[in-house]
Design a protein. Structure first.
Length: 316
């Protein structure tokens, strides 16, 4: 059965051959079933550059450019948007090769966003640095949402597809180092943003459960401390330990509010201590254990983990 390949420059394709249905198939899946070298040999010359970029085949890529140094000059408008599609798909190698082939760095794609917008949105610091080598316009605003690449990165650090895994601190710092302007009403200077490990970005997305729990700890600690002051003045021995416990409660609440990771552990240890001292009264043990479980659930939910453990810069 004859094979058929239909592809546009830097694009996806339809492939028909034994073992494959005639449908859209990712190039990586094709490469698993067909030996890549033979596959590239059978590919028409005008399609090799697109396939090499998509598969990250640098040897074929370099060989093609050596034979066709002006390949990028013949791109159609649709083909020019394939660079942005690769960036949107978070394909770092494809984006780098497309840029080296002469792909247009400032051409907008879906949502009127450039490759730099998508690199920022994905928190892909490596892709961002690669794109910056080709001097993109840092202040270009997307067609939708009217945001710069830096704005997209800041937003996606709390709401994007890769908010848990992306290197948003490295991405933001790369954009700032390149001269990107901070959006209106920034939360601190560049140094504060980068060295805080993303705390400025985290503060905008403090989970409501953490906020409530922080305030509760502060209130319990403050009230308990004030109530026990007379006992402390009377020099009652146990009052010293009670006041220290209430002070730890107050500290845990205040620093949980600030997003300090150690503070949530302190809050959990404080509650575990109360479970321990409840023995052997069963009702108190059960009550305190349930409260302990609820606190642990609030503090270790995915949104709380992202708040307490911000992404760290890769340049320090």
């Amino acid at each position: 059965m004859a094979s058929g390949v239909y592809l546009t420059f830097f694009g996806s394709f339809v492939f028909g051959t034994p073992g494959f249905p005639l449908s859209d198939v990712p190039l990586q899946e094709i490469a698993k079933k067909v030996e890549q070298g033979k596959f590239m040999e059978r590919t028409p010359e005008d399609l090799k550059l697109a396939l090499a970029c998509e598969l990250g085949d640098e040897s074929t890529f370099q060989a093609y450019l050596a034979r066709n140094p002006d390949a990028a000059k013949t791109l159609s408008d649709e083909e020019r948007r394939k660079l942005q599609a690769a960036a949107q798909s978070n394909n770092t190698t494809a984006v780098r090769l497309m840029l080296e082939a002469g792909g247009p760095v400032n051409t907008p794609g879906e949502m009127g966003a450039t490759a730099l917008h998508w690199a920022g949105f994905n928190g892909n610091a490596e892709m961002t640095r690669n794109i910056l080598r080709f001097q993109p316009d840092l202040e270009t605003k997307s067609g939708e949402y009217s945001g710069t690449a830096l704005s997209w990165a800041l937003y996606a650090s709390g709401n994007g597809w890769h908010r848990s895994t992306g290197d948003f601190v490295g991405t933001v710092c790369a954009l700032l180092d390149a001269g990107a302007a901070l959006p209106p009403d920034p939360e601190g200077t560049r140094t504060q943003r980068c060295r805080s490990g993303g705390a400025a970005m985290n503060s905008a997305r403090r989970p409501i459960g953490v906020l409530f729990l922080s305030c509760l700890y502060i209130a319990v600690g403050a009230i308990g401390f004030v109530v026990n002051v007379p006992k402390l003045i009377a020099m009652q021995h146990e009052s010293i330990w009670i006041e220290l416990t209430e002070l730890l409660t107050l500290i845990a609440g205040a620093f949980m509010f600030r997003g300090r990771n150690w503070a949530r552990w302190l809050a959990l240890i404080w509650m575990a201590f109360h479970v321990g001292i409840s023995f052997p009264v069963v009702r108190q043990v059960v009550t305190h254990s349930v409260i302990f479980a609820l606190i642990a659930w609030v503090l270790f939910r995915p949104d709380a983990r992202r708040y307490f453990i911000p992404l760290k810069p890769d340049y320090e």
